[in-house]
Write a protein that binds this ligand. Structure first.
Ligand SMILES: O=P(O)(O)OC[C@H]1O[C@H](O[C@H]2O[C@H](CO)[C@@H](O)[C@H](O)[C@H]2O)[C@H](O)[C@@H](O)[C@@H]1O
Length: 278
């Protein structure tokens, strides 16, 4: 699977996308899927406190069943160790910090994307942000290995601009870092050409999934998932969960986390059926 970063990406209004639930066998067209999943807003609903976004046992069981019939990876903006702990399944692959930190079965652990040099800047920026935002009620600075999320979901409307301004000022001080946007967060990420889409391509290559009979499928809900949708356009299947503030490069949609679970369950059955009839 090629990196087609120069290709023209088509973006649509999420409301105009067909449901991914309507014809799952038709969607995968006899191929074996490799499934890439975002965490927040996809496997677990968006909640006020990031620590409260726990995976239900039902969703864990669904993922476990799926991972028995195809490769499954969680590709998250969260810290890799944090999302591993939330999911608690050792037969899945995990890409944390938006793909800069990857682990998987058999003690696989690697940090593609070359972000190590950004660590001192992340270290400093984290301290400065925590110091400057300590008096803003509800603001939360979440350090991940290769990113910092400044959360303002629980900040009073009148104070949100201050959080954004402080974050922008800190970002200006560190050319090693760049801005990323998400649901009620501003992120500071290594200023490198690496993202969730590149992590998906990396995993496809590493896992030997670049085969004509394998179709990559990416499900996510946020702006950072757009990199993966854009990367897979024309080569795989992008599925947007709910919507965010912009148009999307995904080709299908699911309404919410419940729909994601229903989709994954039917997908597992479809793959099993295919395997029995091949
Ligand atoms: O790529 P993801 O796995 O979706 O991670 C994106 C960010 O998710 C978390 O923040 C989001 O979810 C929180 C819990 O529902 C919510 O409170 C917050 O407003 C959302 O932005 C996580 O805390 C971030 O580190 C991730 O980057």
């Amino acid at each position: 699977m090629k990196d087609q970063s120069t290709k023209e990406v088509q973006k649509l209004d999420p409301q105009n996308l067909p449901s991914a639930l309507s014809d799952i066998p038709g969607l995968i067209a006899g191929k074996k899927p490799a499934v890439f999943l975002d965490y927040d807003g996809c496997l677990s609903p968006i909640v006020k406190d990031p620590d409260a976004a726990v995976l239900t046992q039902e969703m864990r069981d669904t993922l476990q069943r799926l991972a028995k019939v195809c490769s499954v990876a969680v590709v998250s903006g969260r810290d890799r160790a944090n999302v591993e702990k939330l999911v608690q399944l050792d037969n899945l692959y995990f890409a944390g910090s938006h793909g800069f930190d990857i682990s998987g079965p058999g003690n696989m652990h690697t940090e593609p994307g070359g972000a190590k040099e950004a660590l001192p800047a992340l270290e400093e920026a984290d301290k400065v942000l925590k110091e400057k935002l300590q008096d803003v009620e509800g603001a939360f600075v979440e350090r991940k290995r290769y990113a910092i999320a400044v959360h303002y979901r629980n900040v009073a409307e009148a104070k949100v601009d201050r959080v954004k301004q402080v974050t922008e000022e800190v970002l200006q001080q560190y050319p090693q870092l760049k801005e990323g946007l998400g649901k009620k967060i501003i992120e500071l990420k290594p200023n490198l050409n690496w993202h969730k889409g590149k992590a998906v391509l990396w995993l496809m290559e590493e896992l030997g999934l670049n085969q004509p009979d394998v179709v990559p499928l990416y499900i996510g809900d946020d702006i950072t998932d757009e990199d993966a949708f854009a990367t897979l356009q024309g080569q795989g299947i992008g599925i947007l969960v709910g919507e965010h503030d912009d148009k999307t490069a995904a080709e299908y949609r699911l309404e919410d986390v419940e729909d994601v679970q229903a989709f994954l369950e039917t997908l597992t059955q479809t793959i099993k059926h295919q395997q029995q009839h091949n």
